[in-house]
Design a protein around this ligand. Structure first.
Ligand code: TXA
Ligand code: MG
Length: 353
């Protein structure tokens, strides 16, 4: 699609104040849209105080209007400009995990444009742990409302190239700061209820949060095996992380059994003249008879699996497979977030064996 010119710049995370970061900041301050790296995934930023800029985010992504945005800040003190009720538990998790992959949902201060919060009385805030993101927010001089920088429904982008694939011609600039370290979006923690509730599992785990706050709950749609239920985080109800290809997840207690089932499915699809791509772990990848195997990492290091998951989904999709068969992982620690994203990508087509 021919649209506006999308500028591409590279910023060295080791020296982010150099180069075109101030130009990116100026574009943002003046109401433009700039995609930028964070430690989780790339975000698509807009000046939080500018309703038109915020509306443009929804248009560029094709995002439903009732799905609120996360506000990104570069200094903890900015949270007090966004909420009048930063409770003691909120302060404790902010201290423990910021900057980092935790988003806190707090009651919203008047004055934040309705578009940012989709009309809710709450606001989601996070301080990213990425030198380029922090420098960009400072350069803009305002907090940035920023969803993941993908077309709505697609897997979140973990490289600048992913952003360009989805949003070229629709946004003003992409700031390339390299690949994202976490690879999955932040944990969203609602602190307006007691006990607090994890609305979306992510880079900071339930165990991490319970280590600071004591018991927290997990929203039904956020990671259990049941149906999706009625989400409190509006974004959780939409189709997500979906490549063009169909996705099937095969999971269970024993990965050798997972391996056998995936191998059987590959053969079944081949018999139907369909090409299957596999999202595999290092432990199993070499055993599959398929031309398209993407290795996400070792089962002994689920952080690496998380880091490569969206990359792998996008990679296999580019290879034009008919179906992506993804191996499942144990649902504890970061494995909860990995399985949450895989199940959503699969539209709940999950085989438990
Ligand atoms: O890691 C991340 O969180 C990335 C990077 C760019 O920071 N951002 C991201 O944004 O994943 P997005 O828009 O793709 O997902 C935001 C999630 C959605 O599920 C949305 O519904 C939820 O946060 N959310 C935002 N504001 C909320 C609020 N006030 N109450 C409940 N959920 C909220
Ligand atoms: Mg998103």
């Amino acid at each position: 699609m021919k649209g506006k010119e999308t500028k591409y710049i590279k910023i060295d995370p080791a020296d982010p104040s150099k180069g075109a970061i101030s130009e990116a900041g100026t574009i943002l301050r003046n109401g433009g849209l700039v995609a930028f790296p964070t430690e989780t995934v790339y975000g698509l930023g807009a000046n939080v105080t500018n309703s038109e800029a915020v509306a443009a985010i929804f248009k560029a992504k094709g995002r439903p209007a009732d799905n609120p945005l996360i506000v990104h800040i570069s200094d903890v003190s900015q949270v007090y400009d966004l909420s009048d009720d930063v409770t003691v538990p909120a302060q404790r998790v902010m201290e423990a995990f910021w900057p980092g992959p935790l988003t806190v949902v707090l009651s919203k201060k008047p004055g934040i444009p309705d578009g940012v919060t989709a009309g809710l009385s709450t606001v989601a805030v996070r301080m990213p742990d990425h030198p380029v993101a922090l420098e960009l927010i400072k350069a803009a001089g305002v907090p940035l409302a920023a969803p993941s920088a993908n077309t709505s429904g697609k897997p979140s982008p973990t490289t600048a190239q992913h952003v360009l694939q989805d949003l070229t011609g629709k946004i003003d600039m992409v700031v390339d700061g390299g690949a994202c370290r976490v690879g999955l979006e932040s944990t969203v923690l609602d602190l307006t209820s007691e006990p607090p509730v994890i609305l979306r599992p992510g880079g900071v785990t339930r165990d991490d949060i319970e280590g600071i706050l004591g018991r927290v709950e997990m929203e039904n749609s956020a990671g259990d095996k049941g149906s999706l239920g009625t989400p409190r985080s509006p974004g959780m109800k939409y189709t997500h992380y979906s490549p063009r290809a169909d996705v099937v997840v095969v999971t269970g207690e024993d990965y050798t059994v997972i391996f056998e089932k995936v191998a059987e499915l590959i053969a079944d699809y081949r018999a139907k003249n369909q090409k299957a791509g596999v999202l595999a772990s290092t432990e199993t990848a070499r055993g599959y008879c398929s031309d398209e195997v993407f290795t996400v990492g070792s089962r002994a290091r689920l952080e690496t699996v998380a880091q490569n998951l969206f990359y792998g989904l996008r990679y296999l999709d580019e290879e034009d497979v008919d179906v992506i068969i993804a191996e499942g992982y144990p649902e504890s620690g970061i494995g909860i977030a990995i399985m949450n994203r895989l199940k959503k990508a699969a539209g709940n087509k999950v085989i438990y064996i």
